[in-house]
Ligand binder design. Sequence first.
Ligand SMILES: CC(C)(COP(=O)(O)OP(=O)(O)OC[C@H]1O[C@@H](n2cnc3c(N)ncnc32)[C@H](O)[C@@H]1OP(=O)(O)O)[C@@H](O)C(=O)NCCC(=O)NCCS
Length: 186
Amino acid sequence: MLLVPATTADIGDIVELVNKAYRDENPKGGWTDERELLAGPRIGEERLADMIAHENCVVLLCRRYEDAKLIGCVAVKEMEHGMWHLSLLAVDPALQAAGLGRAILTAAEKYVLEREGRSIQITVIGLRKSLLEWYVRRGYAQTGVIEVFPYDDESVGTPLRQDLSLIVLRKSLDRPTSLRSRETYF
Ligand SMILES: CC(C)(COP(=O)(O)OP(=O)(O)OC[C@H]1O[C@@H](n2cnc3c(N)ncnc32)[C@H](O)[C@@H]1OP(=O)(O)O)[C@@H](O)C(=O)NCCC(=O)NCCS
């Protein structure tokens, strides 16, 4: 799985992919989309440009080999004490449930590990049960922390319910044996 860091030239493609994956208006949609919880776009060009410009954040892209179409993406941001925050994981709805999301997540974890990251934290809307279970199967565990949903932040879209909250999950990354032995040796 080859993930390439995004530049400002990719912004249009990313906005289109992310909004389609999170809030697809197509009745078939993806298996995890959140259109019953929030309306409006998940992200706009300005917010994405800020993420790409942030020195501690990178948006990683998966483009199809044959035609370079953007089919998946994920953002990781270095926080503190080796902890990174992961967001914007998205797969083209037409290609979901075929292992691509898992492969992108694994590649993002490898990216973080190679930069001395020790854990990854994510937040998931509590009502998205099948998505929460998907992350648990990938090794993410609930931390017990539940954040208040940012109802006053218009940039996340228009909430359609008043009972949204954000569950915080975390995964510790295993240091590969090769890195561990190098640390011990030196
Ligand atoms: C979450 C997401 C990235 C996963 O990508 P994906 O390519 O669909 O995922 P995968 O094919 O790797 O895994 C699919 C898994 O879901 C299961 N699944 C498929 N359809 C399902 C359904 N209708 N209900 C529940 N589980 C389902 C599959 O059996 C498979 O299970 P496994 O974990 O045991 O392998 C993708 O669905 C997406 O873009 N969602 C919208 C954006 C989003 O919500 N991102 C996460 C925000 S925190």
